[in-house]
Design a protein around this ligand. Sequence first.
Ligand code: SF4
Length: 387
Amino acid sequence: MLDLNFKFNADIRTILAEKGLDGDGRRWHQRLENIHPGNVEMALSEPAGSYNFEKLLTLISPAAENYLEEMAQLAHQLTVQRFGRTIRLYAPLYLSNYCTNSCRYCGFNKENKFERTRLTIDQAVEEANIIASEGFRDILLVSSEDRQFVSVDYLIELVGKLRDKFASISIEIYQMSSAEYAELFEAGIEGVTLYQETYDREVYTYYHPSGPKSDFDNRLDTPDHISAAGMREVGLGVLLGLTDWRIETLALAEHAHYLIKRYWQSHVSFSFPRLRPAYEIEGSQFRHLLSDKNLVQMITALRLCFADAGLVLSTRERAELRDHLVKLGITKLSAGSKTNPGGYSGHSGAIEQFEIDDIRSPAHVAAMIKQQGFEPVWKDWDIAFIR
Ligand code: SF4
């Protein structure tokens, strides 16, 4: 009895450590290899949409690669059932590329020498106006770890000026405390995306050699802070290319499952950021980049385990692949993105965080969504009504 209680209250660090998912996941490799077609067929015959560890393990196994067509059909049906034939559109707005961290995969890391850019509130509003004029009502404010400048006060002031233009404002910035997230929620920010980057402690330490972000445990605890502050959306993800995607997917799913059980008011979403070349960063250094086929497998496997999760795809991926993935469970797409501060107005010529691949305009992406039989949604009406 006591033990059950302990399990229920276990934090995410304990859960991952007990399952061997915060390291190289060696114990799962043999299990993955031993899964055979009969196991996959059994997993696919179960009602789709609910999570259990064994099911996910089966669906991401090498054996399941031969069942991608079936997985894709089920993922499509389930997504249409839960979300209708709609795809939400959003745009990122980069605020600063000054950074106190030195993430080895990122063009903004503090070791790179280039002229850095920060947007004043007025400049950020100018960028946001361009985004709004393209039709977007869902905006993601993005910044490197520049606490001095992109502070809580800065964000509150900016959100105050954006609230009448955007129905949904989210952030993807450095990790914060629950109290800080609560202040931002109060100001009108309703979602936070924060990738763990990798759940493998050793790999994490290698890729984050210095700066506040080098603390693995603090990073891992932050989605708890986000949800405890009452945020409606918490976005999770791993950087695909740092280590074995299969083990990362298991850890990611455990993290989502843990948050869903603990914080009923927060809606969990997954992103699929496959690493891209960036300033002074060659794409060829990422030895664990997964194939398109395995990306489809990861996306559909997560959908079949998390019926209600948002699945988000950015312009990192090429147009042809994004067109295909729209029908396989994705619920939210970015379009026309600029990954440098000042990129929309074109004044600054600042360095971008990474190279995007799908360079089509928002209107072009919306037309593609319609062609696929879906409705592009620029505004999340549910959230607009709640506010
Ligand atoms: S990933 Fe984020 S925190 Fe790391 S160097 Fe880039 S901007 Fe800074």
